[in-house]
Design a protein around this ligand. Structure first.
Ligand code: NAP
Length: 255
């Protein structure tokens, strides 16, 4: 019988991991999405969509689907589902592998300030009007209305609807990964002076910070929420190795 695994997704790593394991023998893979984006990217494995109903609901799902391993590959700011995954896996007696990508660290040339939260990031942008690239989730933009004197360039996957109650906001729809040259062009075109973003880590959205460094622009990065400890690996490749080991699979493609 094939081993059933559940990937909690909605991230670059989740797709990468799904792609890496889809051809392993004796594996039955499902990827779970919260259903936040209107047009989610196609996934390399079968998908289910929507919440489970908290940790208890997830534990019920794991038991009834006879899942053996759950891979928490959610975004580092999705801390509720990550904690639910820990509790549900323990309750259902299922193994857990968490992909925890390291936070970005500044290197010479970076001008970063750390913020505790989005409201704190907005406060740190200061009392003088600035032209700000905002790379936050669409649902996290509310605090920008506390500083209506800035000009905001807001990038999101789905439209911000209704628009924010600030006098100067420009909206662009785009989905990463982005590249450094493209980001530099964007920043120049909109005369960006400051970046507000989350310290997501990983490669797919790092280009804005590399571009900021090249242009000597400051960035305010919101700190990640803390998540309880779990057996974790830094990336999709290491997660695949751990899965192969846990289930005693043969990695025939040698990836
Ligand atoms: P969250 O606050 O940690 O979770 C809130 C609730 O959403 C969970 O309790 C769960 O509902 C449901 N949920 C979250 N991820 C799910 C998944 N993969 N499959 C099924 N249900 C899920 O999550 P969030 O920050 O809203 O993020 C939602 C999704 O967007 C995640 O898949 C995450 O990877 C992705 N994402 C988040 C961010 C971010 O900055 N937060 C950025 C990029 C992508 P129930 O309690 O009903 O099970």
């Amino acid at each position: 019988m094939a081993h059933r695994i559940l990937i909690l997704g909605g991230s670059f790593e989740a797709r990468q991991f799904a792609r890496a394991v889809r051809d392993l023998h004796d594996l039955d893979v499902t990827l779970s999405l919260a259903g936040r984006t209107a047009h989610p990217l196609a996934q390399p494995v079968p998908v289910r969509v929507g919440g489970f109903g908290g940790a208890r609901g997830l534990a019920r799902y794991l038991r009834s689907s006879k899942t053996e391993v759950v891979i928490d590959a959610t975004h580092p700011f999705a801390n509720v589902i990550s904690e639910n995954a820990i509790n549900a896996a323990a309750a259902a007696g299922v193994k857990l592998i968490a992909i925890r990508r390291p936070a970005w660290q500044p290197i010479p040339g970076d001008h970063w300030t750390e913020a505790e939260s989005v409201p704190d990031a907005v406060r740190r942008a200061g009392p003088d009007p600035r032209r700000i690239l905002v790379a936050l989730g669409r649902k996290e933009l509310g605090p920008l209305t506390e500083a209506p004197w800035h000009s905001y360039l807001i990038r999101s996957i789905d439209p911000v609807d209704p628009p924010l109650g600030v006098p100067d906001a420009t909206y662009i729809l785009a989905r990463g990964p982005f590249d450094e040259d493209g980001e530099i062009k964007l920043f120049r075109r909109h005369r960006i002076e400051l970046i507000i973003a989350k310290n997501s880590g990983g490669t797919s959205s790092y280009a804005k910070l590399a571009a900021a460094r090249r242009l000597s622009l400051p960035a305010i990065l919101v700190k990640r929420p803390t998540v309880p400890a779990a057996p974790s690996v830094p990336d999709a490749r290491a997660a695949k190795e751990m899965l192969v080991h846990l289930l005693g699979l043969e990695d025939e493609r040698g990836e």
